[in-house]
Design a protein around this ligand. Sequence first.
Ligand code: G1P
Ligand code: ZN
Length: 543
Amino acid sequence: MEKLTIQTHPIAGQKPGTSGLRKKTREFMSPHYLENFIQALWAAIGGVAGKTLVLGGDGRYFNDRAAQVILRMAAAGGAAKVIVGQNALLSTPAASNLIRQRKTDGGIILSASHNPGGPDADFGVKFNTPNGGPAPEEVTARIHQETQRVTSYSILETRDIDLSRLGATRLGRTVIEIVDPVADYAALMARLFDFDAIRRLFSGGFTLRYDAMHAVTGPYAKAILEDTLGAAPGSVINAEPQPDFGGGHPDPNPIRAKPLVDLVMGPDAPDFAAASDGDGDRNMILGRGIVVTPSDSLAVLAANAHLAPGYKGGLAGVARSMPTSRAVDRVAAARGMDAYETPTGWKFFGNLLDAGRVTLCGEESAGTGSDHVREKDGLWAVLLWLNILGETGLSVADTMRAHWRAFGRDFYTRHDYEALDKALAEEMLDDLRARLPALAGQSFAGRRVTSADEFAYVDPVDGSRAERQGLRVHFEGGARAVYRLSGTGTEGATLRVYLEDHVDAPDRLEAPVAEVLADVIAAAGEIAGIAARTGRRAPDVKT
Ligand code: G1P
Ligand code: ZN
């Protein structure tokens, strides 16, 4: 087993975005690409020598090869131990949990989340810090800096490790411990939730359909929902993780998980349905006849979490990313809890969770989580919903109706314009930024603008600042439009336009979303000049 030092040179563009370094798989597979990034990561954390790390991924194409390379580089760098999920699989929340439970120096997650997988699709590498959460900006900036000056990397020359065999083995002097990816996570869920209450729900005939979208949560959902909690066999579908996610787009939203939407709207609807994404941190919640928007789901969970044992003492506070609807703020206000508004990206919740200021947090992009780990957690959200329904005996639709009656409803939609020319998209937003101060008082599509600004965030725990986190336009009556460019795309630019309006009138609570938001959508389009500038008549994705 020889330790090789390979000469290399910096590769441009290795800058982690909203969630790690995400690129086309072929780019990741090109000579030295992954190795450079990992060597830069070692440098950014003060070397890997003597450290213990967690390693796993969502099973997408190149996951297995990348894991072998990283193990050989960890061994070459003198790591004490790497804890690896069997077959190099770990969902993102399970990895976060392992990092915390085993008190490691961090972990590496191989995933491009909800982006498709395959040689012509996407791959990604995320580094999580010892608190279990995504590396903060200061760390990712350091990694990026190191990628710009890497000149060589070290790697052991050795055969592949058999990652299918549980137990400990050695690579050089580094211990490689291969663990069951599900066990510790399932134990954590059993501590948080009343499994007996959920079992009673299923034994009473409650029906469930969980779509794992051929991604990493299949084994977790089968073990927990079917084998432990007694959901009928076959309740979990597409449960076998596949390198290309069955050719699909493992993003749990009404477009990508349309069959699930059709199912709950049809005659054979189960009581409850859910889906999760590639790496298991996102969730979509549905019930018979209803799709729950992620912002609403966060609000309902915040209002009812005390019904689950893990949260019976109440919540310290809640947080949401800025573009997420303000539904959860209303719950916080009614319950006297603090509510925080952070930039997009889970990493911004880390300090608030670590400081004990918030217990629950979430994003409009189907991410919900709590202080049990430092990542969003799809299956956790499903279990909390089930625990709540088990206690209240209400259906999903009735839960939502009751919630809207109590708090009013924040009608919400997000419009994505994908693969735009990057320069054009940036120019459009630069232009809008310059016009923001003049917008107040003007009307668009019959809606008067009351204020407009660009969101910047000062972390209340460490004082760090994040600038340029989205352009916001507020309208009279409480409606809002937010514009930002995606930080996770791998092709051109994606413009996200977030649209919402608050309705209290009881007879409007179940009006069609498109109808309630029609003029806010029109106003938002006009303000930025989306159609005129991009030539696009409609968004590519509406969530
Ligand atoms: C998107 C979501 C964001 C989420 C991130 C990682 O980022 O909008 O809420 O945290 O994916 O899952 P974006 O592409 O908008 O930068
Ligand atoms: Zn994800």
